[in-house]
Design a protein around this ligand. Structure first.
Ligand code: AMP
Ligand code: ZN
Length: 671
């Protein structure tokens, strides 16, 4: 027996190390050495091992990134030191003023070393590690108190949950979403009728404030640290602090410049400006900081800003080009969106040939017509926007734009409902444009996450009439797919395997994928947990009332109306029925694991991270028992901070295992 346990302990340590190394290669170095599949295999092995030996779960195990359950709200926690904003400068004059104020403030110090570094465009974050373990992640909030979003931040795979340094480490950085990924997230939001995130900062902030960490985990968030606030043995210059952070394995930007004169500072700033398109992250300026920590202390802070640092904001990226055409795209629910087709122009490191035009009213009010010159801007936004028109001569201008009265894809009639800004193709049943958009949505990473099912394959599947709705995907055969253009046997096999794999996804993802208007990932989780499984949902339907839906936590009136009308929609219900007939019957998240604590008992002691009542509730929800004191048969003593030694010794003597809070959360496994 002992031998077997030793093997488990050793294998656990190996897996943790290996997965951590892969995470680092993938997310930090951008140079993975294993395929996703191999990675998933290692991860699954680790999860199995931890299921059999829950005591091996440590707070920093890779499985703990998605281990926690939804919270009711975010606790507000004071920052150890106030989190200030940065004063902005926009030109050399303002920069000179800043440097002079620094000199004046320090008196006769001779040359002052300055560090110039990129200003990342995301949401600011404070991390606190204690004895090497990530303890807290706080948003800036009002600067004095931030919101505790630790469980969400833990889902960021490039962030180590453990660092070598002991004691308390306080560091600050920025959380953001990569450009390409933001585009995908936005496409989904727009189709759902939710406003698109304007920039990486909004996207990051929105993702961090989701109450359900497993949804945050699906968002490809990244973090970069740029400030060390406190650590034992903290270096006395910023440059060394940045190195120190990197040595701890924490992600840093790695492109700071040391300067000693205004000329050097200006040169560094313009260098950052010119390389901004080649960086793997979005920057909206540069930050100039005094290097020496003791100088910083002497300079201090104004009411809102440090006196030892300043931001220099870059100009928004703009370009001028000619509008050659206005195309109309068809979305998943038939919504028609005009898109500007441009004479290709270089902007922000890429060639732009499309831009967003918003809606018909906007085009009318700006009187934008084919033939005009337009100014497109990319200010953190992913899709460039037309922000200005320079009218061409009348003879060179096209007619005023009108929305087509027939759908550009299916030729069906279009219309605009009272009070709606959008035109739609009304041919819901038979518009290939809508179907293609619906399938793209179904396959998304945040929905059924079907690998290999990309836009061009979807086009082919729809055009060949092999797929008429999402349920059809599950009856596809290798032979059918193989018969498509440019399809080899191997890719056909891959696709079918990926579709099959998606059968195991949870109910909330399927609901998200079905794309009920207004129902996003969060509402989908609520609906899923209310009905338990797709078949449960289907059976409940004849009786499901609008009122019942509206009573579900997190489902508003409008959303309830939208769900109710989908349930009355024959086509929608037909898809659900056929999914069930094809054996696709996913269950709600947690449902399959309900009772992960069945037969176990716990006693809580010490100052715990989460409110005690909530922890007790979770233990009970997972089938466990809560004892008010350790008695004979109490399985686990969950200890928080400041627990007396004697309590622990007594528990051990009674045969009760002593675990910490994170271990407990890990035992209440999720997904
Ligand atoms: P602002 O939000 O415009 O007031 O700018 C201040 C914010 O810039 C800070 O709160 C940080 O979140 C962010 N920031 C981005 N990059 C850096 C950096 N390299 N150093 C300091 N702050 C940064
Ligand atoms: Zn149509």
């Amino acid at each position: 027996m002992g031998n077997q346990r030793d093997i488990a302990v050793r294998r656990h340590a190996e897996l943790v190390e290996e997965i951590r190394a892969h995470d680092r290669r993938y997310y930090v170095d951008n140079a993975p050495i294993v395929s996703d599949r191999e990675y998933d295999k290692l991860f699954a092995e680790l999860k199995d091992l931890e299921r059999d030996h829950p005591d091996l779960i440590t707070g920093d195990s890779p499985t703990q990134r998605i281990g926690t359950q939804p919270v009711d709200g975010f606790e507000r926690v004071p920052h150890p030191q106030r989190m200030y904003s940065l004063d902005n400068t926009y030109d050399e004059g303002e920069l000179r003023d800043f440097l002079e104020r620094v000199k004046g403030g320090l008196g006769d110090e001779g040359t002052v070393k300055l560090v110039v570094e990129p200003k990342l465009d995301g949401a600011s974050m404070e991390l606190i590690y204690r004895d090497g373990i990530l303890e807290k992640a706080l948003t800036r909030g009002d600067g004095v108190e931030g919101e505790n979003v630790t469980s969400n931040v833990k889902t960021i795979r490039s962030l180590p949950l453990r660092i070598p340094s002991t004691g308390e480490v306080i560091a600050r950085g920025e959380i953001f979403i990569n450009r390409e990924n933001l585009e995908a997230v936005n496409r989904e939001r727009e189709e759902r009728g939710e406003p698109a995130f304007a920039n990486p900062r909004n996207a990051a902030a929105g993702s961090l404030r989701l109450l359900d960490p497993s949804i945050t985990a699906r968002r490809p968030l990244r973090i970069i640290l740029y400030e060390l606030i406190g650590a034992s043995g903290m270096p006395d210059s910023h440059i060394e602090c940045l190195e120190w952070l990197a040595e701890q394995g924490l992600p840093t930007h790695g492109i700071q410049c040391v300067c000693t004169s205004q000329e050097e500072v200006t040169a560094a700033i313009s260098e950052f400006d010119s390389m901004r398109n080649d960086l793997p992250f979005e920057i909206d300026g540069a930050v100039v900081k005094v290097d020496r920590v003791d100088f910083r202390e002497r300079l201090g802070f104004t009411a809102r800003f440090p006196r030892w640092a300043v931001a220099y904001k870059f100009e928004a990226l703009k370009a001028q080009t000619r509008l050659i055409d206005i195309l109309v795209q068809v979305g998943r629910t038939g919504a028609l969106t005009p898109v500007a087709v441009l004479e290709p122009v270089a902007l922000a490191g890429t060639t732009i040939s499309r831009a967003s035009l918003h809606n018909e009213d906007e085009i009318r009010s700006k009187d934008i017509r084919v033939g005009d010159m337009v100014v497109v801007e990319k200010a953190g936004e992913i899709i460039p926007q037309v922000v200005e028109v320079i009218r061409a001569r009348d003879t060179e201008r096209g007619d005023p734009f009108v929305m087509p009265t027939t759908c550009p894809v299916c030729g069906g009639p279009t219309g605009r409902e009272e009070g709606e800004a959008r035109w739609r193709c009304t041919n819901r049943l038979a518009c290939p444009g809508q179907l293609k958009a619906a399938l793209r949505h179904f396959a998304l990473r945040s929905a059924m996450d079907i690998e290999h099912l990309g836009p061009s394959l979807i086009d082919q599947l729809v055009n060949s009439e092999l797929v008429r709705d999402p349920a059809d995907l599950f009856s596809l055969t290798v032979e059918q797919v193989e018969g498509l253009d440019r399809m080899a046997k191997k890719s056909a096999l891959n696709l079918i395997a990926a579709i099959d794999k998606s059968r195991g996804k949870t109910l909330d993802r399927l609901i998200t994928g079905l794309g009920i208007p207004l129902v996003g990932e969060v509402a989908a989780v609520q609906l899923a947990s209310r009905y338990g499984s797709l078949s449960g949902f289907y059976q409940a339907i004849p009786a499901v009332q609008r009122e019942e839906l509206a009573a579900i936590h997190g489902i508003g009136d409008k959303m309830a109306d939208s769900v109710a009308s989908s349930l009355e929609d024959e086509r929608f219900m037909g898809v659900v029925k056929r999914l069930l007939d094809l054996g696709v019957d996913p269950v709600a998240r947690g449902e399959s694991e309900k009772g992960s604590l069945t037969g176990m008992s716990f006693c809580l002691t010490g100052k715990l991270f989460e409110p005690r009542a909530r922890i007790q509730e979770r233990i009970r929800a997972a089938g466990g028992e809560v004892h008010s004191a350790v008695k004979k048969g109490t399985g686990y003593l969950v200890t928080g901070e400041k627990v007396g030694k004697s309590k622990i010794e007594k528990a051990r003597a009674a045969g009760t295992e002593v675990i910490d809070e994170e271990t407990l959360m890990g035992m209440i496994l999720d997904e």
